[in-house]
Design a protein around this ligand. Structure first.
Ligand code: FDP
Length: 312
């Protein structure tokens, strides 16, 4: 295989997975999910921006686009023929597709959808487990991926053999951009802080002041997928959505957002913590679980943990 960023020929996603000798069912599943992106970007570009008149698992009003994206991904998962259970950020329950299916999938069909009306980037996040159980610690994931709908459409995935980025070409096929994306060892030069700063704990405030003093620049889009993608592709940086005084569990969901991103960032040599514990070691009690997160350059995630530990 070629060096990162030096690929001469267009290698498409299916061929890449075949060359990695990936399980055929997992290859099929990842390719089906990747196909959903074609329909989702079409809906984003041309679809109705209004509300659907329904609410999701968290009581948030759903946009027509959230509902549509959910249906698009679900259809692809069912189509794959290899899925046991699915859980979507947009629905209330775990849905059994086929009790004999090899994999189970948790997904956020359109993360950051409140950014669509202001034309900022959004994405789809996917977490894959083997077997029927979705309430396992994230370290048991067999694959994680996201698709980012920005000026370009890209797909980033890992099956535990490095992290790879694909770009959608004019034929709407995903071809390899970067193989084995790896974070640099040093300090974060950029940081993306979620939540209201006045609600930060003393440890989080201390951490943010330290990284600012270390020279890190603010780079926050408000979309979890583009913000994490920035850290991964810049090979450094730290994203946080911490515990807040009025939301001790932060905002982001363990199953749909934190587990898959923590898996990808760790695979790329970074780290992800809730401030006290590795994200991938959290054992979710329900599909609704949320947790704080500090994710990105290892040195800075460790610094966050030290600052939080001082809180007592
Ligand atoms: P959104 O509510 O727009 O869907 O989890 C969803 C998310 O966006 C993330 O993409 C983003 O990082 C975060 O919430 C932003 O939260 P705030 O609205 O609190 O800034």
């Amino acid at each position: 295989m070629s060096e990162a960023g030096k690929t001469k020929f267009q290698i498409d996603l299916r061929r890449f997975l075949r060359e990695q000798e990936e399980d055929r069912d997992l290859t099929r599943l990842i390719c089906e999910i990747s196909d959903a992106s074609k329909y989702i970007i079409n809906s984003i570009r041309t679809g109705d921006l209004g509300v659907a008149g329904t609410s999701n698992l968290y009581g948030e009003q759903q946009l027509a686009l959230d509902v549509l994206s959910d249906r698009i991904v679900r259809k692809r998962l069912i189509n794959s023929g290899v899925v046991a259970n699915i859980a979507s950020e947009e629905t209330k329950d775990i849905i059994t597709v086929d009790p004999k299916g090899k994999y189970s999938v948790a997904y956020d069909p359109l993360d950051g959808s409140s950014l669509v009306d202001v034309n900022l980037a959004v994405g789809t996040i996917v977490s894959i487990f083997e077997g029927p159980d979705l309430l396992q610690p994230g370290r048991k994931q067999v694959a994680a991926m996201y698709m980012l709908y920005g000026p370009r459409t890209t797909l980033v995935f890992s099956t535990g053999k490095g992290v790879h980025e694909f770009g959608m070409n004019q034929l709407m096929e995903f071809t390899l951009n970067y193989e084995n994306l790896h974070m640099d060892g040093g300090r974060a030069k950029i940081y993306s802080p979620g939540g209201q700063r006045s609600q930060y704990s003393s440890g989080t405030e201390k951490f943010v002041r330290q990284i600012e003093n270390n020279g890190a620049k603010l780079r926050y889009s408000g979309g979890f997928v583009p913000d994490i993608n920035q850290v991964l592709l810049k090979r450094q940086g730290v994203f946080l959505y911490p515990h807040l005084q009025d939301h001790p569990q932060g905002k982001l969901r363990v199953l749909f957002e934190l587990n898959p991103m923590a898996y990808l960032i760790e695979q790329a040599g970074g780290a992800a913590s809730n401030g006290r514990q590795r994200i991938l070691d959290l054992k979710p009690e329900s599909i609704e679980d949320r947790a704080p997160i500090f994710i990105g350059s290892k040195e800075d995630v460790e610094l966050a943990e030290r600052c939080i530990a001082e809180e007592g």
